[in-house]
Design a protein around this ligand. Structure first.
Ligand code: AHR
Length: 307
């Protein structure tokens, strides 16, 4: 419908394809690559015309893209916000233009929830809690201090804020768990490696690494090995995502536990977009189903892992 030039854009009917403008975060991780593929494949399968934009990790790029989608009068706008705050004005512009917005993967912190139709994605606080719970169990009955280093995701991003919060909430119950260093690794392998190198230099006594995603954990593994230590044994590693590379490292014993975060949001997103466009009422929060993996479970799951 968008691009037809008429004022009726968004009103449906005929053979016109529903047009979705999608502003992606970037290509920072294996998770993101799988998420982009899921969205592109699902749009094609659902007969939805997708205008895809890669914001290269910058909020201002995403805001520009959303404004472009509004000007083009797409039928539905979907995006995965780089950071949580600062979306009020552009979301208001979309609402005033009568273009429904669907948040995918990450939330925004605007108090006005009428600015978007629904939010589909994971419960990141719960993911952090699952990571903390594994740790508590792993060190059950062991009274010694557990020195933890944390690699955080992109500053201000919902998964970074929430995974930190959930993990912290669980481990604070026992003072033996000490987060001795916590810094961003930007959700990338390169930064994960670099920051872990610095952690290793500053702290010879690290027991555990908690990385907010697999990619940072994989970068950190390189740093740990280069420092002559054995990842998964000398330093226990917990990550989030469960992409193939992470699962491979887990099954090899280099990671100890992964909390799954599913990137396969495409099919549900297209379904929701069609419903919103047809004026149907949809749930305002759609949660993704997820599990966790230990080393044996990763080995069993790997042969059929899609991403
Ligand atoms: O928003 C989801 C997070 O973003 C993934 O866990 C991480 O890998 C990605 O970059």
């Amino acid at each position: 419908l968008a691009g037809c030039g008429g004022d009726d854009a968004g009103s449906g009917g005929g053979d016109d394809k529903l047009v979705m403008g999608f502003a992606q975060v970037g290509a920072e991780s294996g998770w993101r690559t799988a998420n982009t593929k899921s969205i592109q494949d699902s749009a094609a399968k659902a007969g939805i015309e997708l205008k895809f934009f890669d914001a290269q990790g910058k909020q201002e790029n995403q805001i520009k893209a959303i404004r472009n989608f509004i000007t083009q009068r797409v039928d539905v706008i979907a995006f995965s916000p780089v950071v949580e705050s600062g979306w009020g004005p552009v979301l208001k512009e979309a609402k005033d233009a009568n273009i429904p917005v669907i948040l995918t993967d990450r939330a925004v912190d605007t108090p006005d929830t009428t600015l978007y139709k629904t939010f589909i994605g994971s419960d990141f606080v719960l993911e952090g809690k699952k990571a903390g719970e594994w740790l508590v169990k792993e060190y059950e009955g062991k009274p010694d201090t557990v020195n933890i280093v944390e690699l955080q995701g992109t500053p201000g991003a919902a998964p970074a804020n929430d995974r930190k919060e959930g993990f912290g909430d669980v481990i604070k119950a026992d003072p033996k768990f000490k987060v001795i260093a916590s810094q961003t690794g930007q959700f990338t392998r390169t930064d994960g490696k670099e920051v872990m190198e610095a952690f290793l230099k500053a702290h010879p006594d690290i027991d555990v690494l908690y990385a907010h995603n697999d990619d940072m954990g994989l970068g950190a593994i390189e740093a740990i090995e280069a420092a002559g230590k054995k990842p998964g044994t000398d330093i226990k590693i917990i990550t989030v995502d469960a992409v193939k590379d992470g699962m491979t490292a887990l099954s090899q014993g280099k990671i100890n536990f992964i909390v799954e975060c599913s990137p396969l949001l495409g099919p549900q997103l297209m379904d929701l977009a069609k419903k919103v466009h047809a004026g149907e009422t949809i749930e305002t929060r759609v949660l993704t189903e997820e599990t966790t993996f230990n080393q044996e479970q990763a080995t069993a799951a790997l042969p059929t892992r899609q991403y």
